[in-house]
Design a protein around this ligand. Structure first.
Ligand SMILES: *[C@@H]1O[C@H](CO)[C@@H](O)[C@H](O)[C@H]1NC(C)=O
Ligand SMILES: *[C@@H]1O[C@H](CO)[C@@H](O)[C@H](O)[C@H]1NC(C)=O
Ligand SMILES: *[C@@H]1O[C@H](CO)[C@@H](O)[C@H](O)[C@H]1NC(C)=O
Ligand SMILES: *[C@@H]1O[C@H](CO)[C@@H](O)[C@H](O)[C@H]1NC(C)=O
Ligand SMILES: *[C@@H]1O[C@H](CO)[C@@H](O)[C@H](O)[C@H]1NC(C)=O
Ligand SMILES: *[C@@H]1O[C@H](CO)[C@@H](O)[C@H](O)[C@H]1NC(C)=O
Length: 389
């Protein structure tokens, strides 16, 4: 009898604190119902899940929901998962996001998982029309869909990021972070909608991911180490890019990138490393490897540009101080949208070193694409275009 009462009390305790169904915490238990704003419900669920000594999964089931800017932080007592199977819509009007730089922010967590077949819809169409950053240097910063900051051992699995107002995903200060089966979707002409931007992070993997957007599919900022981009489809978009780097003087070196088995379809660039000339930045970029890539009508399939200077924002008077070394391009095939399929323009101040081209088979309008090279002497194996000045 006494035992039964204790059991009942203990069960009530478990129910009360939501540990009863080990793991699952449905957002509806916090008042998060379809067609309502679930911001507050999500924060309550997070607070409870993060305080749990065992793994808890917050579930947002199928349905359409609205949500304002949300910023949740660890550390949490145990691994934590958010499973989204519904569609969550951001406010279409940028001013309704207040001053938030990112719509859904997760920070300082060890073992965070975001999973599910759900969609985070940034509803960017109205904001894109207000984007004047190509002409106005003091343009207003629009809100990105995701900010993943200072996370360790974390995963984003499945999940779609749609129509972000700005970059879709910003990864900052993370260690061992994997995107697997992720999707990014925005129109070709949506401005600044980079897919995944990574900065100051180590061991980040982007796997089995389809990215269709209006800017770079994947871009690496300073301080990236050991990044893998594998089985990724990019297009429309501006390709897979390292940089731009060198604009600022407090940048950290970039070391270790493998881009493997990716398809670029109708993109502006394929794989690209870009640095600014005439700027204070003097970091190194090393160990960049690009292999087994298919280019499908890509304007500039292979490009190193150390004179990157869009809209004449700088002068090319002094060369880039960034040293690029140990770069390989291997088994890259397909069609180029321009005759110069390969452009390797390195710095005259610090020429590129240990650049390798192997089995490059790119055609333009039916005949072999050409290569333009400056301040670099690539080692060539197998078929590859001969460098012209
Ligand atoms: C992530 O790992 C770094 C480096 O090991 C550590 O300094 C940091 O405290 C960890 N962060 C969390 C949230 O566990
Ligand atoms: C990286 O994170 C994943 C997911 O949490 C984990 O399974 C794996 O063991 C971690 N790898 C290392 C080297 O810590
Ligand atoms: C880079 O990551 C791979 C897994 O993607 C791992 O096997 C390797 O040890 C890492 N290398 C370094 C230098 O950290
Ligand atoms: C290459 O990537 C595609 C997806 O884009 C995948 O279907 C295929 O299995 C991958 N090939 C290898 C050898 O991993
Ligand atoms: C490439 O892009 C074109 C135009 O957007 C599209 O019709 C085609 O299906 C894409 N091909 C692949 C393999 O994704
Ligand atoms: C493409 O090739 C065809 C036939 O060789 C030629 O008539 C045409 O001018 C070429 N187009 C371009 C843009 O070079």
């Amino acid at each position: 009898m006494k035992f039964a009462i204790i059991t009942i009390l203990f069960s009530l305790f478990l129910l009360d604190f939501g540990f009863a169904q080990q793991g699952d915490l449905d957002i509806s238990r916090f008042g998060g119902k379809p067609n309502t704003n679930i911001g507050q419900a999500f924060l309550s669920a997070w607070t409870q899940a993060c305080a749990s000594p065992t793994t808890v999964k917050i579930v947002i089931p199928a349905g359409t929901y609205q949500m304002g800017a949300v910023d949740v932080k660890g550390p949490c007592k145990a691994p934590i998962e958010v499973q989204v199977d519904g569609t969550i819509q951001a406010p279409a009007n940028p001013t309704d996001l207040k001053a938030a730089h990112q719509w859904f922010v997760v920070q300082y967590v060890n073992s965070f998982t975001l999973s599910g077949k759900g969609v985070f819809d940034g509803q960017g169409a109205t904001a894109w029309k207000q984007n004047d950053c190509t002409t106005n240097k003091d343009c207003k910063m629009l809100c990105m869909n995701f900010g993943f900051n200072f996370l360790n051992n974390s995963i984003v699995r499945d999940i779609t990021s749609k129509d972000s107002k700005n970059f879709h995903v910003n990864v900052l200060g993370c260690n061992n972070f994997t995107f697997d089966g992720f999707k990014v979707s925005a129109p070709k002409d949506s401005p600044n909608t980079d897919g995944i931007h990574i900065g100051r992070s180590t061991d980040v993997k982007i796997l089995n991911t389809n990215i269709a957007t209006g800017d770079d599919c994947v871009s690496l900022g300073d301080g990236c180490k050991n990044i893998t981009v594998q089985n990724v489809n990019c297009g429309p978009g501006h390709g897979i890019s390292v940089g731009s780097l060198g604009k600022y003087d407090a940048e950290e070196p970039v070391a270790g990138l493998l881009v493997k088995n990716c398809t670029l379809n109708g993109t502006d660039n394929g794989v690209r490393i870009k640095t600014w000339p005439n700027t204070p930045g003097a970091i190194t970029i090393t160990d960049m490897h690009f292999e087994d890539l298919t280019m499908n009508n890509v304007m500039n399939p292979i490009i190193i540009d150390q004179e990157y200077c869009p809209w004449n924002q700088c002068s090319k008077q002094n060369p880039s101080k960034i040293k690029i070394s140990k770069v390989s391009f291997k088994n890259i095939k397909g069609t180029s949208g321009t005759k110069e399929g390969v452009v390797l323009v390195c710095s005259s101040g610090v020429p590129c070193e240990a650049v390798e081209m192997a089995d490059i088979d790119l055609t333009f309008n039916g005949s072999a694409a050409t290569a333009k090279c400056a301040n670099v002497k690539p080692t060539i194996t197998g078929k590859a275009p001969t460098c012209a000045a």
